[in-house]
Design a protein around this ligand. Structure first.
Ligand code: ADP
Ligand code: MG
Length: 396
């Protein structure tokens, strides 16, 4: 049954919900003033034409790494200087080639087209730097770069070969262990300076939320206790500010759906589950297609259950799949999608990336199961992941 009630605009607790979106950067970032100052101090030699030190910023998701660096960039762009800061998300720019290409875009427009070899890019970059330019390249989610050692090596060589200018790297990572995966030489050049962003406490999250409430919501539309609860839940889970903001956004949507004029504790509680799923969905939606195919295969197999889990002599912990059977399922999925399956070696790469994002976990099998193999377990509810990837890959 449809009625006019359904199509009439309903009243809403929101004034401007986009203030709560992950892309919105508030005027000030409470509890990060010190970190922002420190990054600015570190970069200040660039303004005088000297090369700053490289920097690695480490901290868990939602600790304000990306927005703090973006704040620094805003300040940097106000300066009257030749030095340039480039921001690259390495989930998209995930190889040395693509990063060099992107860095040079403003200096050599012809490089937009592919087909230029790496030596050409290298020479171009040396030319630019020799003119005395300082380039600061922000590599966000730096651990997603496939050939990071090679990239660091190349940029270090560019700096050695030039005298005046230079390339400075600011790497941002959620993964502490990523440091160990680096070649000792690139490690020591990347980690000239290191900064850690700690997770936010409940009180800090409360203030971060409270800062946005007046712009995001109508007056008196959020109970104080609801803000406190959202902050407390988030602090207990992770200290991830993104999560806290999402929680408040969803709580508002739930209040709207129920025709309430005020967000209360119960709306925040109800929002909790939706937020989890939303965040997983966002992560999956930004993945390249083949990663999603792999994830879809793993989700699908997790629902069906490992063929081996019922064999008595195989001590596979519940929920784990053998990497071999997961690969076979992946091949079948590719067939259904009429895509060519990549090799097992590539498959392992994909699994690696998915593990980095917390979508799967892996562990080596104990001895005895077909020699040594890798066991894979899906990191979230398999039905949810199955549905999200199915929608993206196969359509509704
Ligand atoms: P990270 O890069 O560490 O994962 P982000 O910088 O993307 O975290 O921050 C996640 C979200 O939380 C963004 O929407 C950001 O605006 C918000 N946020 C993080 N830190 C603060 C802060 N100190 N004050 C206000 N908002 C913040
Ligand atoms: Mg970030």
């Amino acid at each position: 049954m449809s009625s006019f009630d359904e199509i009439m605009p309903k009243s809403s607790v929101f004034k401007n919900s986009s203030v709560l979106s992950p892309h919105y950067i508030p005027k000030t970032l409470p509890f990060r003033e010190m970190q922002i100052m420190e990054i600015m101090k570190l970069l200040s030699p660039a303004i005088k034409g000297q090369k700053p030190k490289n920097l690695i910023i480490y901290g868990k998701t939602g600790t304000g790494k990306t927005c703090s660096v973006k704040k620094v960039m805003e300040e940097f762009e106000k300066l009257n200087t030749d030095a340039r800061m480039h921001y690259l998300n390495c989930r998209i720019y995930n190889s040395r080639y693509r990063i060099l290409q992107r860095m040079l875009k403003n200096y050599a427009p012809e490089l937009e087209k592919t087909g230029f070899g790496l030596p050409y890019l290298y020479e171009k970059l040396v030319d630019v730097i020799k003119k005395g330019h300082q380039i600061i390249v922000v590599l966000d989610e730096i651990d997603m770069i496939k050939d990071l050692d090679e990239l660091v090596y190349t940029l270090t060589r560019v700096n050695d070969e030039t005298q005046n200018g230079g390339v400075t790297m600011i790497g941002i990572s959620n993964k502490l262990s990523f440091k160990d995966a680096l070649d000792p030489r690139s490690r020591s050049s990347l980690y000239e300076t290191e900064m850690v962003f700690p997770p936010y406490t409940s009180e800090q999250l409360r203030q971060i939320l409270a800062q946005r409430v007046p712009e995001a919501f109508k007056e008196n539309a959020v109970e104080d206790s609801a803000i406190n609860l959202a902050a407390a839940i988030t602090a207990k889970e992770s200290g991830d500010a993104r999560y806290a903001l999402k929680l408040l956004l969803k709580a508002g949507e739930i209040a709207d759906q129920n025709g309430k004029e005020k967000i209360t504790d119960s709306d925040v509680e109800a929002a909790r589950e939706k937020v989890e799923l939303d965040l997983v969905g966002e992560t999956i939606n930004t993945l390249p297609e083949m990663h999603q195919v792999v994830l879809h295969a793993i989700a699908s197999l997790s629902i069906k259950g490992s063929r081996y889990s019922r064999l008595e002599d195989m001590e596979i912990e519940k929920g784990f799949l053998l990497s071999g059977e997961a690969y076979e399922e992946y091949e079948r999925t590719c067939e259904r999608l009429k895509k060519k399956a990549r090799s097992l070696r590539w498959f392992k790469e994909y699994i690696n990336d998915l593990e980095m994002l917390g979508l799967v976990t892996t562990m080596p099998s104990s001895k005895g199961i077909r020699g040594h193999t890798t066991l894979i377990r899906i990191g979230q509810n398999p039905e949810d992941i199955y549905n999200i990837t199915k929608r993206n890959l196969f359509g509704e």
